[in-house]
Design a protein around this ligand. Structure first.
Ligand code: ATP
Ligand code: MG
Length: 285
């Protein structure tokens, strides 16, 4: 196979990451910086294709997330972001490529096994059990634990989301949008996931609450060592708390690089951020 050292590596490939290359060109006038150091991947996709029928919706996707990182996948509606997360979390079959978790090949492993291994997923909808109380939702989240472990873990999780502590007997359907999202994350945290996959954790939240969820919760979880793979409509806010980002367009990773660099690119700002942040403001949330 012909290889050439000066051949550009495709955006987002593990080769490019292994080379430590910033995959987004620095904007003119930006200070020269060394290549950003990324932690070793905990979860990694190589050349993955997936979809619902014969034709894949996402293809050739190579992305990774390491401990302590928030990695965002952003892109237009219908780009395949949720499809990608469903594939990563074992809800959709992998048509091609491989998924590695730690040093294990987990390609096409089912979601419940992945959960046991430490992969937590907060889907965009149906994220809590509506008819159960806050306490019951947390207990369900700890379904693999013993009774005493659950009790200890509930205490820990409530210390991360203190707002939930006073509403343990409240039925989930009566929670506000923000409280509900907190519960959804708290429920998944019951099993102490090493990787947390979040599909639009701020949907239906006000701009203030969205910022709080991303900065005070998502970022903090990563700072405590969790690897976070985040899909967000609020691209500007997501990039603000992310270390690394991938831009998914029509099922393919078009651009990958440090979130900071992507935020600084005027073309990206116009195409993805201008539109989505204006839309957020117009929608009031
Ligand atoms: N269950 C399904 N069966 C068939 N096609 C689907 C299914 N879910 C999604 N799709 C299609 O897959 C494509 C990608 O959808 P997906 O939900 O992954 O996009 P997305 O990037 O998450 O979009 P959004 O930003 O609107 O959430 C779309 O064309 C969508 O219609
Ligand atoms: Mg989606």
């Amino acid at each position: 196979m012909p290889t050439s050292s000066d051949r550009p590596v495709p955006a987002g490939t593990p080769d490019a990451q292994a080379a430590g290359q910033p995959m987004v060109a620095a904007p003119p006038g930006a200070p020269a910086a060394g290549p950003p150091q990324r932690p070793p991947a905990v979860l990694r996709l190589d050349d993955v294709a997936a979809g619902y029928g014969a034709a894949p919706i996402v293809s050739g996707v190579s992305i990774s997330v390491g401990s302590g990182e928030v990695v965002s996948v952003i892109g237009p509606n219908g780009a395949g972001k949720s499809t990608l997360l469903k594939t990563v979390t074992g809800r959709l079959p992998v048509m091609a490529g491989t998924i590695t978790f730690g040093d294990r090949d987990v390609t096409n492993m089912r979601g419940n096994r992945l959960a046991r291994m430490g992969l937590g997923f907060v889907p965009q909808t149906r994220d809590v059990f509506d008819t159960l109380t806050v306490a019951e939702n947390l207990e369900m989240g700890g379904y693999l634990l013993s009774k005493s472990q659950i009790a200890a873990r509930v205490d820990t999780v409530l210390s991360v989301f203190p707002a939930l502590a006073g509403m343990q007997s409240r039925t989930a359907s009566k929670l506000s949008g923000g409280e509900r999202k907190m519960l959804a994350m708290a429920r998944v945290l019951m099993l102490e996931p090493s990787v947390l996959v979040l599909d639009e954790p701020t949907s239906n939240l006000s701009p203030d609450l969205s910022r709080s969820v991303l900065r005070d919760q998502v970022r903090r979880l990563a700072d405590a060592g969790t690897a976070v793979l985040l899909v967000e409509q609020k691209a500007f806010e997501a990039l603000g708390v992310s270390d690394w980002a991938y831009i998914l367009v029509a099922g393919r990773v078009e651009i990958a690089g440090p979130a900071e660099d992507i935020l600084a690119r005027p073309d990206i700002r116009e195409v993805f951020l201008g539109r989505s942040s204006n839309a957020d403001e117009a929608a009031g949330g």
